[in-house]
Design a protein around this ligand. Sequence first.
Ligand SMILES: CC(C)(COP(=O)(O)OP(=O)(O)OC[C@H]1O[C@@H](n2cnc3c(N)ncnc32)[C@H](O)[C@@H]1OP(=O)(O)O)[C@@H](O)C(=O)NCCC(=O)NCCS
Length: 186
Amino acid sequence: MTAGKKIWKFLRRSDAEQEPSDAAAQGAEAVSVRVRKYHRRDREAVLRIAAESFRGVCLDENIEKAFGKTGASWQEHKMDTVDYDLEGHTASCLVAEVDGKVVGFACNRLYHNRSVGHMANLAVLEQYQGKGVGKALLGGSLDHFREMGMRFARIETLEQNERGQKFYTSAGFQEVGRQIFYFKKL
Ligand SMILES: CC(C)(COP(=O)(O)OP(=O)(O)OC[C@H]1O[C@@H](n2cnc3c(N)ncnc32)[C@H](O)[C@@H]1OP(=O)(O)O)[C@@H](O)C(=O)NCCC(=O)NCCS
């Protein structure tokens, strides 16, 4: 299935544009998290999380701020990217459940020729952030990579994503480079 077809019906404007609260920054308690394989029935929940969780830490949002909407909103572009992995790398995608509700996801890819597992997208619903859900998804992804014979793991984050940087270095990732993204009107 192609990403970006009429699948974003559930994304109400108010959902996509809601302002983040500071709940995650208040040091909330850990919750009981179950990480499991992604199933197609999770697609809508995952795409909703993708649309709601990346405000302030998304390249497409930066572009929209600088150039206006490019075809669709930045949330829709983000969902397209995530949907591409859900379709193309289904077996490596994971979801995190709390009390039976999908509250986070990890879209992973395997580069067999380099023995590298790539965490292409990772997000947790804002009200569940700071409770150990991201850590559980990261751990589940690394376990999956090892089970699939990968010897290395890769992840990227934007410089503006301070939480991401803290997270990955504290999980043992080593910084190996920085990239600058450019955009231009034609
Ligand atoms: C980044 C993200 C996936 C982390 O998931 P999470 O469930 O909030 O994180 P956890 O509670 O498991 O904490 C994992 C680590 O993240 C960092 N972290 C979590 N909350 C933080 C906060 N409020 N401030 C700074 N760092 C924080 C810490 O390093 C933490 O490890 P520690 O508890 O040992 O210090 C989540 O915050 C998120 O979805 N953010 C928005 C989307 C995003 O940035 N995705 C990643 C793009 S690369």
